[in-house]
Design a protein around this ligand. Sequence first.
Ligand SMILES: Cc1cc2nc3c(=O)[nH]c(=O)nc-3n(C[C@H](O)[C@H](O)[C@H](O)COP(=O)(O)OP(=O)(O)OC[C@H]3O[C@@H](n4cnc5c(N)ncnc54)[C@H](O)[C@@H]3O)c2cc1C
Length: 418
Amino acid sequence: MKVIVLGAGLLGVTSAYFLRQHGHDVTVVDRQATPAAETSFANGGQISVSHAEPWANPSAPLKVLKWLAREDAPLLFRLRADLRQWLWVLGFLRECTPGRTRHNIEQIVRLGTYSREALQALRRDRGIEYDQRTQGILHFYTSEKEFEAAEAPAAQMRELGCDRRVISADEAVRIEPALRHVRPRLAGATYTATDESGDANRFARELVRHCEADGVQFLMSHTVTALREAGGKIDHVEATDSEGQFQRLRADSYVVAMGSLSPLYSKPLGIRLPIYPAKGYSVTLPVKDESMAHQVSLTDDEYKLVFSRLGDRLRIAGTAELNGYDRDLNRVRCEAIVRRVEELFPGAGDTGRARFWTGLRPATPSNVPIIGRSRVPNLFLNTGHGTLGWTHSCGSGRSIARIVSGLKPEVDFAFAGV
Ligand SMILES: Cc1cc2nc3c(=O)[nH]c(=O)nc-3n(C[C@H](O)[C@H](O)[C@H](O)COP(=O)(O)OP(=O)(O)OC[C@H]3O[C@@H](n4cnc5c(N)ncnc54)[C@H](O)[C@@H]3O)c2cc1C
């Protein structure tokens, strides 16, 4: 079967890889000149099954209200005259009940566990190198209140088979000695030894090489302008190439993996995807003082920042801003991240050579991605991965490839239309 995958981010590339493994003739189309050049470019690097608590949870509405007026807030809603944004916020509030939160955590952990195994298997099969580290993820707390609040989600993770242990501040420093500087302020931590980290962009580019060697075709610098339906199915995709030439691309099946732009292209087909861009920031610093630099991937729950070690670079990422498709770098938010890094690991990174980046997370109100069938029989979805698209990429790609091939997915997850 001929399959066109729309989008060459983490989700498009993993979809293409697994579709090819099922024997399909696969073409990937992307508007950028290189793969993984948008949201999959400089993310936090965590393969984090343990980070399953969605933004929408019972304590979120109060926190978000408190943060509304703070320019450096970890989660900032900049409300605008945008109906899609308001509908998303209403959907978010609906997901904040204890019942919905529990349901969403279950989905996220199941897909995460499956996905981490799929990544490990792919690594074994192909020997891909991407500055990966398998030293677990340590969530640390500098506030007693936040640490206490972490016990319940950690217990829930354990119930769901994710071994997120509550540990003392001393144990945290034993696992990551770079935390010694803030030891007096550490309230405690949780540690998930089975979690991982690595450079998502490098992984995607390496996987593209393997896909190409396997015969997948990549049409880069091609902008999709519309998906056209005829006779109850997608007949073709319209695109323009790098020279502005109009193209009609045809296949038997199509997979939408266009990140936060997916809803704009599905809407004319009557498919409303509850996806809204949530802008995040990352800072990449060359290591300056090895003795102060972290090795283990870390999560600073209080400031909603994640820290990964990518070779000789430190990557720190986080914060979320709902402000449409704007990707401007806000200096206040960049400086807030660097300030926190310097507070925790003074001198570890070369702040003078900091590289700042923003990306738009394709966020759903529940944090649960949309993977599966759509109302159009030959149109499939693999999008809306929000905060955990790197963690969920291999499991989502492997699952959508099975669904397109008419096979049952291997994980118990609320797939769309399956
Ligand atoms: C600051 C930040 C930190 C993060 N940290 C982590 C983390 O630590 N762990 C984790 O698991 N996840 C993390 N994420 C989330 C993760 O990066 C995303 O979920 C993931 O990259 C989404 O991948 P995607 O393929 O859906 O989207 P994208 O990477 O955006 O890919 C979509 C592709 O579609 C293409 N496209 C769009 N429109 C068109 C068009 N009209 N024509 C042709 N092509 C088009 C784009 O060019 C793009 O290449 C983070 C995200 C951010 C922003």
